[in-house]
Design a protein around this ligand. Sequence first.
Ligand SMILES: [Ca+2]
Length: 361
Amino acid sequence: MTTKYRPTLHAAGPILLTAVIASVSLVSLAQAEGDKSPACSSEGGRAAQLSAIASSKTAKPSAGEAKSEMVHVPTGKFIMGSNSKRSMPNERPTQEVSVKEFWMDTTPITNSQFAEFVKATGYVTTAEQPVDWEELKKQLPPGTPKPPEENLQPGSLVFTPPDHPVDLREMANWWQWVSGASWKHPKGPESDIEGLDKHPVVQISWDDAAAYANWAGKRLPTEAEWEYAAHGGKYNSRYVWGNSLVVNGKHMANTFTGDFPYRNDSADGFSGLAPVKSFPANGYGLYGMAGNVWNWTADVYVENRGDALVPDEVRRVVKGGSFLCNPHYCESYRPSARRGTPRDTGSSHVGFRCVSDKPLS
Ligand SMILES: [Ca+2]
C-alpha cells in the first residue's frame, strides 16, 4: 500500500521560514507553502554578498582550485517529464526538449571542494547568517507573530527521524530547525565534517550553490539539462539504470530503505549520506544522479508545466531525490521527479553540482 501524494505537505525540501516559526505555529507551515505571492524574496544582505564575490578578483579560481572531474553530455533531444500514472502530477505533461551539449561535474560538490571555495573567498553561507525578520515576515501570512529570537539565529534544517510511525502529511515530524547547523556542522553544532571529505556538501541554499558555481567559472544546470543528463542516454526505463530498484541483489542508489521516516534498515549500505561514487555511474559517467542528495538547478519552480505563467519565484527546482526517498513515499530518485525548494533553504539532503558550456582544463 502506498501513501497518497500530497504535494503541499510533502515537500522534500522544507521551508526555512516555516521551520523558523515552527515553534510558534505548525499551521503556518502549510499556509506559507501555499503562498504564491510574488513579493517573496530573501535577497538583501545575501544579494550584496553574491555581488561582492562575483566582482572580487580574489574570488576567481586559480590553477588547481575548483578543479573537478567533468564529463561531456552530447547535444540531443529527449522527452522531459513523465505521463506515467506512477509518477507525480508535477512531472506532467511531457514535452520534447532540445539540449545543447555541455559538460557536467561527475559528482555533487563535496565537502572538500566546498571548503576550497570558502577558504579562497571567505564566503559565509545562508545557514551561517541570522534570519532577517523584516525580510522573513514578507513571506509569511499577514499577522504571523515574530518567533523567539533563538529561532532567528543562524541555523538550518536537520533530518531528525522519530522512532515510531508518524503522520506523513506533517513534515515537522522529521525535520527540525537546529541553531548552529551549517555545511560545517550538518547535524548541528556538535557535529562536524571530519573524515567526510568525499561526502556531498549539504545545508547549502540555492544562493550558496550559485555563488560556488560563479567562483568556479561554471553555472548551475537547467532542469532540462539535469534531467537529460540523468538519463545517461537511456530513455525507456523507470530509473537511471533500469526498471528495478535492486539489480542482482545490489542497490543502485542511496535511498531510504525500510519504513520512512522511523525505521531505516540501511539495506543499501547507508542510513544517511553516502560518499560520492558509492554507487555505479550512469551512461554518461555521472554519479549520484539518483538518490543521496537532491541537486539544485537554475530553474525557477513551476508546479504544473502546463501552467508556466505562474512561476514560483521563491523556489528553485531540485532534482534527483535523496537518501530520504522511499518507494512508498515519493520515489523521487527518477530522472523526471522534481521538487520546488525555497532558494534560501538548506537541509540535510540537498546538494548541487555544476555544468559548463565548454570543457574546463
Ligand atoms: Ca540508504
